[in-house]
Design a protein around this ligand. Structure first.
Ligand SMILES: Nc1ncnc2c1ncn2[C@@H]1O[C@H](COP(=O)(O)OP(=O)(O)OP(=O)(O)O)[C@@H](O)[C@H]1O
Ligand SMILES: [Mg+2]
Length: 262
């Protein structure tokens, strides 16, 4: 690869809803094959940025390209090279998981939709649940199915708007593994999150959106360097609540069985 063109480039984007000036000049770039996390409080404008980049919403001014295509003048090319998993799962409740996948594969005109569906069910640990209606799925299963659906057709850039909101710690970690694997295989991922640990664990770069602008953008180490070093204190390392939860709940059925027998 000789090209280092960014997979996503956002320049001076502004957006208002009536007199609410949400984006006031947003700039950032995302390198191909990297994971970029957009952090911000409720209402900061994260979903608005995702909608503009996925051509669902027009900006008032500024420019953005995705895979080299301009979101305003080349929306079809942008749509062909991206996939979006929205903040609220877009799966069809009445259909089974497998039927949802087959449907999307057919919509994307793939030659072998059933095979595509079965491979994705396998990859996302949903093979056993594949024949069940989505209405019976847990939140984590829906999220995994939602992400699986967004991978059909192998998009180069994936937008994930709060991929793990509402999931329990185990399901979140499952989704993190999926996202990390995607980036390893060359997919560029832009995700929004309100979980700082999610950004810490996953992202190559982290940007903070605040009052309409990106107020910080860097690697975790770069962001840490923005703060003065913490005073060193000698205290026992306490496990985090997440570590305790995972230890007690167990990551697999085997540990549940031991618990029953003891
Ligand atoms: N269609 C709309 N019409 C009017 N206001 C809107 C519209 N969509 C979003 N807003 C407002 O714009 C602001 C930014 O919304 P946005 O959904 O982009 O925030 P967000 O960072 O994704 O928030 P959250 O973390 O809650 O998902 C909010 O104040 C929201 O109320
Ligand atoms: Mg949002």
């Amino acid at each position: 690869m000789t090209t280092t063109a960014p997979a996503i480039r956002v320049t001076s984007i502004e957006k208002s809803y009536d007199d609410l000036h949400v984006l006031r000049g947003v700039d950032f770039e995302v390198a191909p094959g990297s994971i970029f996390a957009l952090l911000g409080s409720n209402g900061a404008g994260k979903t608005t940025i995702v909608k503009i980049l996925s051509t669902l919403l027009g900006s008032d001014s500024g420019a953005a390209t995705v895979n080299g295509y301009d979101v305003t003048t080349e929306p079809l090319q942008v749509r062909e090279s991206i996939s979006l998993t929205g903040q609220f799962a877009a799966v069809d409740e009445i259909l089974t998981g497998r039927e949802n996948l087959v449907l999307v594969a057919k919509l994307r005109h793939l030659p072998n939709p059933r095979q595509v569906a079965d491979e994705l069910l396998e990859r996302f640990n949903l093979t056993d649940a594949g024949a069940r209606r989505v209405a019976t799925y847990s939140g984590g299963m829906r999220r995994r199915l939602d992400i699986a659906m967004s991978l059909i057709g192998q998009p180069k850039v994936l937008f994930l708007d709060e991929p793990t909101t509402g999931l329990d710690p185990e399901a979140r970690i499952d989704v993190w593994h999926v996202i990390a694997d995607l980036a390893k295989s060359g997919t560029t991922v832009l995700l929004t999150t309100q979980y700082l640990d999610e950004a810490e664990q996953l992202a190559d770069r982290i940007a903070i959106l605040h009052e309409g602008r990106i107020i910080a953008n860097g690697t975790l180490a770069e962001l840490k360097a923005l703060l003065p070093p913490a005073k060193v204190e000698y205290v026992e390392k306490q496990p985090t609540l997440e570590e305790i939860f995972l230890a007690l709940v167990g990551k697999n059925e085997a540990s549940q069985n031991t618990e029953v027998q003891s």
